[in-house]
Design a protein around this ligand. Sequence first.
Ligand SMILES: Cc1cc2nc3c(=O)[nH]c(=O)nc-3n(C[C@H](O)[C@H](O)[C@H](O)COP(=O)(O)OP(=O)(O)OC[C@H]3O[C@@H](n4cnc5c(N)ncnc54)[C@H](O)[C@@H]3O)c2cc1C
Length: 375
Amino acid sequence: MVKKNKWDLIIIGGGLAGLTTALHLSNHNLKICLIEKNSYPNHKVCGEYVSNEILPYLKSLNIDPFSVGAKKIKRFNITNLEGTTLNTNLPLGGFGISRYAFDNLIYEALKFRIEIIFQTVEKIVFQDNSFEVSTQNKKVFNADFVVGAFGKRSNIDSFLKRDFILQKSPWLAVKGHYEFDFPEDTVALHNFNGGYCGLSKIETNAVNACYLTTFKAFKKYGKIDAFQSNEMSKNPFLKEFYNNAKPIFQHPLTISQVSFQRKKPVENHIFMIGDSAGLIHPLCGNGMAMAIRSAQIFSHSFLKAMHKDRFNRGVLEMNYTRLWNIEFGKRLKTGRIIQSLLVNPHSSKIGFSVAKIFPSIIPILIKKTHGSPTK
Ligand SMILES: Cc1cc2nc3c(=O)[nH]c(=O)nc-3n(C[C@H](O)[C@H](O)[C@H](O)COP(=O)(O)OP(=O)(O)OC[C@H]3O[C@@H](n4cnc5c(N)ncnc54)[C@H](O)[C@@H]3O)c2cc1C
């Protein structure tokens, strides 16, 4: 019996990873459905600096972030509590664009090419070599394959009882857009006790300020304003920013329980992409590029496997896991090391002194957390 609502592939989550996968696969004669819980456009907690490594791939998909005003970024500066500043050119460079504009740009290119359903997925069951995906209003969708693109923390992670979701994470993040005089070719990272804050311009000319901090550092103050003016502002650059920047959002966006724990690229036969497969520390400014690159790796592997005379699910799962680990394993490890050095005041001080003497160390570290541009 042919099942109702039967798809070749269901993609769950329409952030950058899910949208890009859908766009890539949309002209390959596949019946694809994307299920996303929110409408477009919408704001997301994110530093909004994107590495140029994914530009050739985006171009191959006819996506041009500069068509909606993305800012070209080629300079990086990093400061510490003492006000010490290190400046460098970014090895690859990048661009500044809000998630509001970026996700929407890909959604607009995709929306008439595949079926997009705005619902929250609650259950994914794999049985008899096929998936049953159920949403909050009891709709059921069937598919041969499911791609998990549901981001860093989702109700589906709880449903699947993934290892990382069972553990608490100490990190929370806050983001807002501001009017402030800031160079458009620069992304800055300002260190403070317990975390760091990224500043860069986006397509509207606003400055995006996004910070990650430990709950321990934040809870002394309990409120965002008090934390920004009393703790973060011990860094003179952040003091200047929060004293003079004019908020554009009525309230900043916040998320908690941001987890950097290891995850598996394939779980319960679901191919995980983007943050669902693993989140790099935001100070590397590379999570979006990794989300898009994982979409590319999955799409290539999937199409290649489908074109073989004898398709084997287990082989595809093994290949994707292997390619994912080759591409991202080292980057995630380097990200973890840099993060632990930067957040600890003692090691951060030593790191800044070393980088003052050997400034070439910064582009080397940046390169280690980034990949090379590929079509
Ligand atoms: C504080 C912070 C700062 C960052 N700064 C940067 C930066 O400057 N540069 C950079 O490159 N990266 C940065 N990142 C990382 C970047 O934001 C992520 O890596 C990127 O968003 C991953 O994209 P994604 O598509 O995997 O996930 P997302 O963009 O989170 O998309 C997941 C989607 O799934 C949907 N979804 C979830 N559950 C369900 C469900 N049950 N049913 C239906 N839909 C569902 C969500 O609504 C969402 O749209 C930062 C991250 C943090 C936390």
